[in-house]
Design a protein around this ligand. Structure first.
Ligand code: ARG
Length: 579
């Protein structure tokens, strides 16, 4: 076997090295790669590009191992074909590495990621789905690259409504009591929902209750123990519900990472004082406000960020500003990420700008709002029930799992009921996650379960079937072992698959630079498609009487399977061995 290349670079990067300065290399239909860089060079030197290209070709080091063919084409492009042996060799080196040759970040830092932030005593809806699924994938990808990731679930557990909720529970003490059979997440939620609705109704109709609720809010903010204990009941009950939904969603949430709005309560007074003392915030009609030159409302009047209301109450912004101080000063973050609905873009813009003026965010710290768009119904309008309410997230998850079960049942009649249950959950939840993750950030998408669980097209089910098919081939291989044979010529479909597998590390690197998980989703989809073509054109187990050919193809199958698996793990999608 020829020498095994090191793993730091992809084939494309190696060719770029051989060609020297900025060859503008890209994948091409005519050869494996096309370099356009000579055109610019010729222009700068007022030379004939074709002649210059020919000169470059002859001047190139005789890199027989990597490049099989290089020719000048058109006005001065270089068409480059990589040698089959180089492809197999580099894949062999990737396969020999536990990380599939994916390099770790050179200078890993500390990222605090704010995602999966539902609200206490309220149902979870599709917005919480997006934040959770996208945040979970980004956290996993960064961690895989070696970054220290601190998760923060900034749950809505503070605010004016808690005065009303606590007061209602004091006056109706047994409303949150669990049934003697114990409590599951759904029951917790329905009790909370009942209390919420009843409290709200009373608040809106009964002036005296309203007054008592307002007083209760002051007690809560002042830290009165009895009030806090009842507030805590709401939080605990809600957590039972959140955990049950996250369990269904197959997303791991740890208690210590849940630091809700209330967690920054002790910092609020100081945060406001610092802003006021430094002049970053000023009093305007009693409220403490931060103004921006470039942020104005429709009437041309400046829209301020309100950090403290005229009545002394603190809001969402004061909490987020305090959270920044905590994350930078105490958690030592050098990157702050917020996976939150695009509709909060202005809020974050103002919060970040304020934190910069106050000096809490310095040049060295990266801060980024990772926005996501709205989930739409098939009519292209925000996805709502007929009554105009948001769909409950659990209902959508259950429906996806049900649909997936019938797909699985139809496709494989040999599965037991228990297997159908398990696969149904893996396929259904995977489908929902993938539909979300394959949409580019900030964009809306249509919630269409039929499409999501479809076996064909850009779906997780398609990826899962590719993976399961590979496992089935490997099981049937008997004594034949997957093993690379660089001496063998490769068929076009093998080359295409191989060159794509070589790009895994690069793809992940780009995802962690841009925080765009859809790039990983679309990469995995191309891998699964390239595999389908390979499988159609290149028999594996029946490969013409050649043991080497069979082993080499099994090797490609195995590496494809491992790449799909690793990629899907990072997206939070299961890869059942059989489907
Ligand atoms: N709980 C909020 C909501 O449901 C999202 C919180 C986002 N995070 C933050 N640090 N503001 O809309």
């Amino acid at each position: 076997m020829a020498s095994v290349p090191s793993l730091s670079a992809t084939i494309q990067q190696r060719i770029a090295d051989v060609l020297g300065a900025d060859p503008l290399l890209r994948r091409s239909d005519r050869a494996d790669f096309q370099a356009n860089g000579v055109l610019g060079l010729a222009k700068r030197n007022k030379a004939n590009p074709r002649e210059l290209a020919a000169k470059v070709v002859t001047a190139l080091p005789a890199d027989g191992e990597l490049i099989a063919d290089i020719e000048v084409s058109g006005p001065g492009f270089l068409n480059i074909t990589v040698s089959d042996a180089a492809i197999t060799n580099i894949l062999a080196a990737r396969a020999a590495d536990g990380r599939l040759g994916v390099p770790s970040a050179e200078k890993p830092g500390i990222t605090v990621i704010d995602y999966a932030q539902p609200n206490v005593a309220k149902e979870m809806h599709v917005g919480h789905l997006r934040s959770s699924v996208i945040g979970d994938a980004i956290a996993k990808i960064l961690e895989f690259e070696g970054e220290t990731v601190i998760r923060r679930h900034h749950i809505g557990d503070w605010g004016t409504q808690f005065g009303m909720l606590v007061q209602y529970l004091i006056e109706h003490p047994h409303e949150l009591d669990a049934s003697p059979e114990g409590s599951d997440g759904e029951e917790s939620m329905s009790r909370l929902d009942r209390v919420y609705k009843a409290g709200r109704a009373l608040f809106d109709t009964d002036e005296e209750f309203k007054t008592r609720s307002r007083k209760r809010l002051v007690e809560l903010q002042a830290g009165d123990p009895e009030t806090l204990a009842i507030w805590q009941q709401f939080v605990d009950e809600s957590k039972i519900y959140f955990y049950s939904v996250y369990d269904k969603l197959d997303i791991a949430i740890r208690d210590e990472d849940i630091v809700g709005e209330s967690g920054y309560n002790d910092m609020l007074v100081e945060t406001c004082k610092l802003l006021e003392d430094t002049g970053v915030a000023v009093r305007s009609n009693g409220a403490l406000c931060v103004f921006f030159d470039d942020i104005k409302g429709k009437d041309g009047e400046p829209v301020p960020l309100i950090v403290q209301k005229a009545d002394g109450g603190f809001g969402y912004a004061a909490t987020d500003l305090s959270a920044i101080r905590n994350r930078v000063r105490d958690l030592h973050a050098d990157t702050l990420l917020y996976v939150v609905d695009v509709r909060q873009a202005l809020h974050f813009k103002m919060v970040f700008a304020t934190a910069r003026r106050a000096g809490w965010l310095t040049e060295e710290i990266t801060v980024k709002h990772i926005p996501f768009g709205t989930v739409l119904g098939k009519d292209g309008k925000p996805f709502k029930t007929r009554a105009g309410e948001s769909f409950r997230l659990v209902d959508l998850l259950d429906e996806a799992v049900d649909r997936a079960k019938s797909v699985v049942r139809e496709k494989n009649e040999e599965l037991s009921e228990q297997e159908i249950e398990e696969r149904g959950a893996e396929v259904g939840i995977g489908a929902i996650k993938y539909a979300d993750l394959s949409t580019s950030l900030g964009r809306d998408y249509v919630f269409d379960l039929d499409r999501m669980v479809s076996l064909t097209g850009d779906t997780s089910v398609y990826l899962q079937y590719a993976f399961a098919r590979i496992q089935s081939i490997l099981r049937k291989a008997g004594d034949a072992r997957p093993s690379p044979h660089p001496e063998l010529p490769l068929a076009p479909a093998e080359r295409a698959l191989g060159l794509l597998l070589d790009e895994f590390g690069n793809t992940l690197e780009s995802v962690s630079e841009t925080y765009e998980p859809h790039k990983l989703a679309s990469y995995l989809y191309s891998v699964a498609s390239a595999f389908a073509t390979f499988y159609e054109q290149c028999p594996v187990l029946k490969a013409e009487n050649s043991v080497e050919l069979r082993e080499n193809r099994l090797f490609l199958c195995e590496l494809t399977g491992r790449t799909l698996h690793q990629g899907m793990v990072l997206l939070g999608i299961r890869t059942p061995e059989r489907l």
